[in-house]
Design a protein around this ligand. Sequence first.
Ligand code: FAD
Length: 391
Amino acid sequence: SQQQKYTGIVEDCCCNYETANLLNEEVLYPSLQELVKTPFFRYFKVKLWCDCPFWPDDGMCKLRDCSVCECPDNEFPELFKRPFRRGLPSDAPICQEGKPEAAVDRTLDHRAFRGWTVTDNPWTNDDETNNDEMTYVNLQLNPERYTGYTGPSARRIWDAVYSENCPKYPSEELCQEERLLYKLISGLHSSISIHIAADYLLDEDTNSWGENLTLMYDRVLRYPERVRNLYFTYLFVLRAVTKTATYLEQAEYNTGNPTEDLKAHSLIRQLLYNPKLQAACPLPFDEAKLWKGQRGPELKQKTQEQFRNISALMDCVGCEKCRLWGKLQVLGLGTALKILFSQNGEDKIVQTLQLQRNEVIALINLLNRLSESVKFVHEKGAAVERIMERQ
Ligand code: FAD
């Protein structure tokens, strides 16, 4: 049963499943849900227009303004194409989220986010400095959910991510460092699948959305390893967030809305200095154990290159909303990697921690996504497995 499958220490982590679930329910999930709604954390700066470096002839990224319009017609439901944009030319691209508010407040850049520097992240292929092509997206108006993006394009991305950049070997043959990337990506993949299943278009005619538990079982729950990787990724990212507590506590969350900004700051403190968290799982992941052996520096460099490739691959995701969340979450993972592994003096690029505001936004939103997935699996996983296994 689920109870027996997921007990004890999460592999390669320092915290067990029971504690992870308890902390998630009592501390992380409630604070994060509030935090991601605040103005500082809900606007993500992103280059949505893709220029995929790997497959120039893909032809998937033609319509800039559409959340999901890049999918070829036969790859997403009719409903998504129904026009409901008002005040726009009739030939404007129409898409699922097509509400004008979902677009960008371009004045925000000048008013907000004072006190944040622009620094490089050696783990990611990010391009935040090129403002011309960047846009702000209100994440609250663009929830990660089912978009209808499937088929060869989606498959090609996942295949490239796994086969070229984090190949899976039988785990006994690998040291922890070599398992790291696979587990992080697999955990993220589980979380994306869980969000698709948790918010699925059940009936195109009535536009009714809801849970698709069969899909959740088929893609995640029936593979215990994928669930374990989800918990691993969750604890890894949580460790990155707690490790950077002082930095996050002192950072500016200024968006020109004092009430909301104060709230963001106080929620950050509430999350980072929670006594329950510190008592139950003070070290969710022990990064000091990694890269120690003779091959340490070489392995670290290889992992960094592989992760940078994965980050670049996000420009090839052929559905805009998927690309948004793909980019955000990969940047979040890259930020966690930077926090945990780029400050020990070996890394030439980052000696003392400096984070871009976008990295912090990505990190917190990623942790929130993972926290939602962990909650879903914990609350519903066992029941879903029972139902599916009876069928
Ligand atoms: P896929 O999820 O495409 O999986 C492909 C293969 O990877 C599987 O056959 C399996 O061998 C392996 N695999 C699957 N899960 C795991 C795991 N957890 N660990 C290890 N291996 C695994 N679709 C949406 O509807 N909404 C989105 O927001 C969205 N975001 C996406 C973001 C990115 C970056 C990408 C690449 C795709 C996204 N998609 C999204 C598409 C979605 O992830 C699936 O690719 C699509 O639904 C087709 O699913 P599938 O059944 O073919 O399996």
